[in-house]
Write a protein that binds this ligand. Structure first.
Ligand SMILES: [Zn+2]
Length: 56
């Protein structure tokens, strides 16, 4: 379910602070390196919505 294209992390940025995101495979989340929000990856699709993210 975390089978994302390898270059997608170069494209995506945090919608809150625009910092790069890092994939946490175990948690199926994209974690922001700037503000620390973690965005869920549902069925292989990153959900980059601030109101869907959790604070880490
Ligand atoms: Zn951020």
């Amino acid at each position: 379910m975390t089978d994302l294209p390898p270059d997608i992390l170069d494209i995506l940025a945090c919608p809150s602070c625009h910092a790069p995101l890092a994939l946490d495979v175990d948690a199926a989340e994209l974690v922001c390196s700037g503000c620390g929000l973690a965005y869920p990856v549902k069925d292989g699709i990153p959900v980059l919505l601030i109101d869907q993210a959790r604070q880490t």
